[in-house]
Ligand binder design. Structure first.
Ligand code: FPP
Length: 222
């Protein structure tokens, strides 16, 4: 969800105002996914690398997330959204973590749209955590190293049980993966838009999906 900072700078506003406007795009895009019938949406809300931002920006982001969860969970629940979170969640502030746990518990039996928030998330860290689990199972003979395959890795990632993304959408013209779902996006279609995230609304999602629909996915075949 890139471009919050630049969106704010263009308006002479503090960066946190960009994040605030970005939260409104989150609300709208979740609603649009629900309307379109998309079953899984993962939002990269805070990366492992984002911990190196100035403390006041981190604080503003965590407070925004907490407020968003407190205010929007009833609405998301009504829309049939089931919330998940992936990442090293133990690093989040306690108040944010408990709001997240509450929202996850409240929405756990919904089935219309699975919304995954990537928080304190890094793709490499996720792979490291999976390898640690697999290695420890192999060391205690709960798993045969010879039997390790693609599925074994997928099942030990934070996203276990969640299908790999079909579409990776990046805003503000950035052409990088930025440590996002590195294993899972091996065959995702990538759509990049120049819009800053706070300007990204329903019509932009429809446009990105139309672009995705024009692609011919071959998965390495001809
Ligand atoms: C990247 O833009 C954005 C973030 C690091 C934060 C994303 C967070 C939100 C949209 C807030 C709400 C989230 C939820 C799930 C309610 P940037 O800050 O790197 O902007 P820049 O690239 O223009 O500097």
């Amino acid at each position: 969800m890139d471009g919050n900072g630049r969106w704010a700078r263009e308006r002479g506003l503090p960066r946190r105002e960009g994040h605030r406007a970005g939260a409104e795009s989150v609300r709208e895009v979740v609603e649009a996914c629900k309307e379109i019938g998309i079953k899984f949406l993962t939002l990269y809300a805070f990366s492992s690398e984002n911990w190196s931002r100035p403390p006041d920006e981190i604080k503003a982001l965590m407070e925004l997330l907490e407020r968003f969860l407190r205010k929007k969970t009833p609405e998301m629940h009504k829309q049939g959204v089931r919330l998940h979170a992936i990442g090293r969640l133990e690093a989040l502030p306690d108040t944010c973590r408990s709001e997240l746990d509450l929202a996850i518990a409240k929405t756990s039996s919904n089935t219309d749209l699975d919304l995954v928030l990537a928080l304190s998330y890094g793709g490499r860290e996720e792979i490291v955590d999976a390898v640690r689990q697999i290695a420890s199972k192999a060391a205690s003979a709960d798993l045969d190293p010879e039997g390790i395959g693609n599925d074994t890795i997928s099942e030990h990632l934070y996203t276990s049980g969640i299908p790999d993304p079909d579409l990776l959408l990046r805003t503000s013209g950035e052409c990088r993966l930025s440590n996002f779902l590195l294993w899972q996006i091996s065959y995702a279609e990538i759509v990049i838009t120049n819009k800053f995230w706070p300007d990204f609304r329903k019509a932009d999602l429809h446009e990105a999906i139309a672009e995705y629909a024009r692609r011919h996915r071959r998965f390495g075949a001809i």
